[in-house]
Design a protein around this ligand. Sequence first.
Ligand SMILES: [Zn+2]
Length: 353
Amino acid sequence: MERVAIIYHSGVAEYDFGAGHPFRGDRFPRFMSLLDAHGILSRPEVQVVEPEAAVNPDLRLAHSDGYIRLVERLAARYAPLSGDTPLTPAIPRAARLIVGAALKAGELVAGGGFKVAEGVGGGLHHAGRDYGGGFCVFNDVAVCARALLERRGLERVLIFDSDAHAGNGTMDIFYEEPRVLYLSVHQDPRTIYPGTGFIDQIGGGAGEGYTVNIPLPPGADDACMELVLERVLKPLARDFRPQAIIRNGGSDPHFRDGLASLGLTFNGLRAIGEAVADAASAAGCGVIDLCCSGYNPETVAEGWLAILSGVTGIEADLVELCPPRRSDPRLLKRTETVIDALAEKLSGYWSLG
Ligand SMILES: [Zn+2]
């Protein structure tokens, strides 16, 4: 029986940007209630683990001291970090718990005998070394990856970012780092925040070839994602031979999401999880899974569960409340074209399918 950890602290609910903001903190306890309703929390292989808040030496794995101080200073004054990311004193406190959850997930997978660890609240991928925004204060994905390298001695960590938005913060932090292969599939950044994440951004210096961006056309559906998983994730993971896989991204690729315009169903989200589990199994490593995004209250928690179900193999019956859009073959064709161009761009580094 393969052990699964759910890393959860009730304090993450304070990661809440207030009434009228698309990111509210009630998503976290709702996800835990949904896991409970599906009987997942009482399964013998599942263990709920409470994380500790990350401290400054943890945050410094991915952020500058000046930025950490800036966040605390702004939060104390209730001043915004960026136009879309208001701060209160509670936000950095909760953000530290989110980073702590990712660190705990990394520890349990790298040395604690767990095959999968789910960090509830993770994936704040828009925060860079010296900046934040896009609802992201501290980059838990980057801190977790860096801790696996520096504290656990790992040499190869694969980050698969399946959020609808490109992970500009994570990309920037590891742009010149060959020990971290950063693979991001997202909605075409010409049509959505953060406006970066193009196929010609492939890393620099020693990290050239270790950043891979796959921009999908708006509307891209399950079939498009399946193609990405088969032609990009699978061969990259096979050739890179990761010692840990960090997958991040929540429910915003779902077709009913309020902020993004992709076309995935719960089945498509589950397929992401399954492909990650297959890649991890082929590499003989574990998976750190981080979820926080999603901007439709009716699909946020369900989408996370779909992904978790795929990663762990635990069945969860999820019902779409609206019929998905009809599949459009032109979207698949456009996705094929993107992957062909990417394969060409990366031909000196990797053989894509
Ligand atoms: Zn997103």
